[in-house]
Design a protein around this ligand. Structure first.
Ligand code: C2O
Ligand code: CU
Length: 568
């Protein structure tokens, strides 16, 4: 038997082969990371069954309204942990899975019943988190949805339980047109300056759009289709959530930490749960809803307690069938999944030949990604193929899934070079803040595409981390990544390429994406068309306000977010 340690080392080595084979360089020195902190309890892994979030289906009525209440509540995150105080949509973590039908609009009335004291330490020096504001403020954003600005959950559209609100507040229920193909979206809090804390407290849920193309495929469904929300957390021994403050931080931000890494992975709100499955196909909607952690996942043969048995590759492969914005044209078979914060991976696992076996889902992505230095948080969950087959598995994974329409470059199309950078403390290089387009949140808008126009956004990453970049409103397509010389850029401001453009990963193109990994030392190019929801009525001259940002929530809160406007 191979030791667990060795297994992980070996898989890390392979991981490096997979994700770094294209020469992603490890640049410079790692950013001065916050000190490693651990939960003040040790918990046995794989002892709690995986919870499945409740489901809310659209009413079917045109323009039906559902109401979702944010509440504080207590729930057990692990068998041996006292109940944890959490915030959740409809009092659950994750919130209810909302299921909508493509082409059928849905309205959600987001209501706050949260208390007026925050659960977690706020850094009032962060932009938009002024001590003069109510400490509990919220706004929900439907991530990946094509919606008008009023319904998008703009970071300054926050509101409170007592009716106070931010400058961009929209008092009406959010209108979600669902004018996009079947896919896995998610909703989460997006309040300026405290998104990381609100999401960490539990404010996130799935939002699935379904359509006829998907229905005709005969994919595993019903109880054989399961959402998996991955989130790392730290717990105190009394069960409470632990969100650390920085030690010896800069005078600028004395509480804010650069990244939050928990030592325990929760799936659907349970610490390292197990799932008993039948020997058949299952569809899993995997979402990385962690604040900062990347997951590089692999299945290992294990015994029924989760002890690794060998590191062979005869555990079931992931058949990836969909991404952020919908189904892939054809399934992609993968032995690893590399999932950045906010990305969704729609996969099928075939357990039909695996009766009696168990497989642990293990993460070996360094944290931060890819520089490392923080806890790995290896255990994610355990699949036990222990249930008898309840009926013949008639599902399938067809070799073609959904038509894919590439976004074509247009004549005279604009390419924007957008810098992804960090500001460091002079004395020791400690990172004080991140920036996009070399500008702060409050500076004038620089990205202003015309409605219906196609643009290429080229993210020029001169930091030493991978940043998952997300643009609201659109589903973009990734074109390529190209290495450039960072020191030359830093000295002259010129981009000197050191290699040819590289094709994206097999599950990145052709694919509809709204969040993309921007690698250090690379220009990452996406092409996107700024279409508004079908049937939207707009008056010429209107400016529609959205945002784009890094989805590492600690970065997003601290200036790695910019407003942009679509001009009509
Ligand atoms: Cu997942 Cu701007 O958000
Ligand atoms: Cu970032």
């Amino acid at each position: 038997m191979v030791s667990r340690r060795r297994l992980l080392q070996r898989s890390l080595y392979t991981a490096a082969g997979v994700t770094l084979s294209k020469g992603v360089p490890l640049l410079g020195q790692a950013m001065a990371s916050p000190p490693q902190v651990r939960s003040s309890v040790k918990l046995t892994r794989f002892v709690d069954p995986l919870p499945i979030p409740p489901v809310i289906r659209s009413t079917g009525k045109p323009d039906g309204i559902i109401e979702i209440e944010m509440r504080q509540f207590k729930a057990k995150a692990h068998r041996d942990l006292p109940p944890t105080t959490l915030w959740g949509y409809n009092g659950s973590w994750p919130g209810p899975t909302i299921e909508a039908q493509s082409g059928q609009a849905l309205n959600v009335n987001w209501v706050s019943k949260l208390p007026d004291v925050h659960l977690l330490p706020i850094d009032h020096s962060i932009h938009g988190a002024d001590a003069s504001l109510p400490s509990v403020r919220n706004v929900a954003h439907l991530h990946g949805a094509c919606v008008l600005p009023d319904d998008d959950g703009y970071p300054e559209a926050w509101f409170t339980a007592n009716g106070e609100h931010g400058p961009k507040f929209n008092p009406r229920p959010s209108h979600y047109p669902n004018c996009q193909p079947s896919t896995t979206l998610w909703y989460h809090d997006h309040c300026l300056g405290i998104t990381r804390l609100n999401v960490y407290a539990g404010l996130a849920g799935f939002y699935l759009i379904r359509d006829e193309t998907e229905a005709a495929l005969n994919l595993p469904q019903g109880e054989f289709e399961i959402p998996l929300m991955l989130q790392d957390r730290l717990f105190h021994h009394d069960g409470s959530l632990y969100y650390p403050r920085v030690v010896n931080g800069p005078k600028e931000h004395s509480i804010w930490i650069q990244e939050l890494f928990g030592d325990m992975n929760c799936v659907n709100g349970k610490v390292t749960p197990f799932l008993e499955v039948e020997p058949r196909r299952y569809r899993f909607r995997i979402l990385n809803a962690s604040n900062s952690r990347f997951y590089h996942l692999r299945l290992f043969n294990s015994d029924a307690t989760g002890k690794l048995e060998d590191d062979s590759f005869d555990a079931p492969a992931f058949h990836q069938i969909g991404t952020d914005g919908g189904l892939l044209p054809a399934p992609v078979e993968l032995h690893y999944l590399l999932i950045a914060p906010a990305e969704r991976f729609d996969v099928v696992l075939d357990f039909s030949e695996c009766g009696g076996k168990s497989f642990s889902l293990i993460n070996d992505a360094p944290a931060p990604y890819t520089m490392g230095g923080q806890y790995l948080a290896e255990d994610v969950m355990l699949f036990k193929v222990s249930r008898p087959l309840s009926g013949k598995d008639t599902s399938s994974v067809p070799i073609t899934l959904a038509p894919f329409v590439p976004i074509e470059p247009t004549f005279g199309m604009r390419e924007r070079m957008l810098l992804v950078s960090e500001k460091e403390r002079q004395s020791d290089g400690y990172v004080i803040t991140g920036l996009l387009g070399n500008a702060h949140w409050h500076e004038p808008i620089t990205e202003d595409p015309k409605v219906g126009s196609t643009e290429i956004w080229s993210f020029v990453n001169i930091t030493s981390d991978v940043h998952p970049l997300h643009v609201h409103l659109v589903q973009f397509q990734i074109l390529n990544r190209q290495a450039f010389d960072v020191p030359t850029y830093q000295q002259t401001g010129k981009i000197v390429f050191t290699g040819r453009p590289m094709a994206p990963e097999s599950n990145e193109r052709p694919a509809r994406k709204d969040t993309i990994k921007s690698y250090p030392g690379y220009v990452t190019r996406v092409i996107q068309r700024f279409d508004l929801p079908a049937g939207a009525t707009i008056t010429p001259g209107q400016e529609l306000l959205y945002v784009w940002h890094c989805h590492i929530l600690e970065h997003e809160d601290n200036e790695m977010m910019r407003p942009y406007k679509v001009i009509t």
